[in-house]
Write a protein that binds this ligand. Structure first.
Ligand SMILES: NC(=O)c1ccc[n+]([C@@H]2O[C@H](COP(=O)([O-])OP(=O)(O)OC[C@H]3O[C@@H](n4cnc5c(N)ncnc54)[C@H](O)[C@@H]3O)[C@@H](O)[C@H]2O)c1
Ligand SMILES: [Zn+2]
Ligand SMILES: [Zn+2]
Length: 395
């Protein structure tokens, strides 16, 4: 089959690789009909997460049709021919963490757990196509995917919705939703969201679904003007940090107190024009800091006293100069995590079915899988007003 493989920093390739096979008795093989490139893939593309090996198949946002199931898959839940979306974390459904709905923290699905012990203190769940730190599983930017524990992980889809309406249930819709929902938003809250990439776009719309009074979206108008426009189209007030001072504007828009909820939908590769952004860049280049926590700093600085900072952007290692003084003295709460996708799928499918949101708004490009190399470049370098690319393995 054809699949997108990681070769080296800034180099991916579309290769012929062996078809996946049923290995364990509860595996299934899914024929992929749509699969996306994510901002998280850019951290691998840029070489920020050092646990990739040349030849690893990438991708963690696929959907498709079940081709084959292992003998022990519960056929009442998943059978050949079902249309399914694949949540990016792999859950066992039974451990301490899965039982509490924390599926991205599953204790049983990461066969490279020793790496997690060393790097994170405890291993987290396996993730498709996301390095050997999360299990070394082959990813879903491919024609077929092996999915372990299929009756827990594959989420059945109705037939009457288009791929582009449901494929983002694999990751970015639940992720944007969790970013706000786990902060326990109140009806009169103001939610500020850093980053108007695909995750930020879903966080904005989710904040409205969760009845936020005001949503403020922040990004770089010099680099991604169309993303700021997409945020305004959803009803957000936007701040262009290439021209405006974020802290001053946020105070102005919140009667001087700051936003109740501040979402970091940017992560470890934040850029900026301030001295601390330059500081991060230098420390990053000289390998004295793995992550660039510009947005975490600013969110802590801007958040109202007693408010919540939600870190949904991905971080990989170590950050410097986090303002713990402001964090502690202002009594802030930090919420964070890889998304516990499984627990949000039914609720979000219901929002889609009742037309409260149509997730296809975010798709700017659908490309054949064979053009993934161009797709990665376009998404990485923000060309052609790219927001979200869906790859088509059958084209
Ligand atoms: N926690 C999870 O489960 C989860 C799931 C999916 C993605 N993510 C992470 O979410 C983040 C966003 O993903 P995406 O697909 O939207 O990525 P993306 O790279 O397309 O978007 C990031 C956006 O942030 C903007 N940005 C950069 N520096 C900024 C700053 N200082 N202030 C404001 N905006 C800034 C960029 O211009 C860009 O538009 C990534 O870190 C990704 O890894 C996390
Ligand atoms: Zn993703
Ligand atoms: Zn588990």
């Amino acid at each position: 089959m054809k699949a997108v493989t990681w070769c080296a920093p800034y180099k991916v390739s579309v290769e012929n690789v062996p078809d996946p096979k049923i290995i364990n008795r509860r595996d299934a093989i899914v024929r992929i009909t749509s699969t996306c490139i994510c901002g998280s893939d850019l951290h691998l593309y840029d070489g920020c997460i050092p646990f990739m090996k040349p030849g690893d198949v990438m991708g963690h946002e696929p959907m498709g049709v079940v081709e084959e199931v292992g003998p022990d898959v519960d056929k009442n839940k998943i059978k050949k021919g079902d249309r399914v979306v694949v949540p990016f974390p792999i859950a066992c459904g039974a451990c301490f963490f899965c039982q509490r709905g924390l599926t991205s923290c599953c204790d049983n699905t990461n066969p490279k757990a020793y790496l997690g012990d060393h790097v994170l203190g405890q291993p987290t769940a396996g993730i498709y196509g996301y390095s050997h730190l999360t299990g070394g599983f082959a990813g879903g930017q491919a024609q077929f995917l092996r999915t372990p524990l299929a009756d827990v992980n594959l989420q059945k889809l109705p037939e009457d919705l288009e791929d582009h309406q449901v494929v983002f249930l694999s990751d970015i819709f639940p992720t944007g939703y969790m970013a706000v929902q786990h902060c326990n938003p109140q009806p009169d809250d103001t939610v500020a969201i850093w980053g108007c990439g695909p995750v930020g776009q879903f966080a904005i719309r989710s904040a409205f679904l969760l009845k936020a009074a005001k949503v403020i979206a922040i990004d770089d108008g010099k680099r991604v003007p169309s993303r700021l426009k997409m945020a305004r189209d959803a009803g957000a007030i936007t701040i262009d940090f290439s021209e405006e001072y974020v802290y001053e504007r946020l105070l102005e828009l919140t009667g001087g107190i700051g936003p109740d909820i501040c979402v970091d939908a940017v992560g470890m590769e934040a850029h900026g024009y301030s001295p601390d952004a330059l500081y991060d860049k230098i420390k990053n280049l000289t390998m004295l800091e793995t992550d660039r926590p510009k947005v975490i700093r600013q969110a802590i600085h801007c958040c109202r006293k007693g408010g919540t900072v939600s870190i949904i952007g991905v971080y990989g290692g170590l950050s410097d100069k986090i303002p713990t003084g402001a964090l502690m003295n202002k009594g802030l709460t930090i919420k964070t995590g890889q998304c516990h996708v499984h627990r949000y799928v039914p609720e979000l499918l219901d929002h889609i079915r009742h037309r409260r949101i149509d997730p296809s708004f975010v798709v700017t490009h659908r490309l054949p899988l064979s053009q993934a190399v161009e797709g990665y470049k376009m998404f990485r370098f923000r060309q052609d007003e790219c927001v979200k690319i869906v790859l088509d393995p059958a084209a």
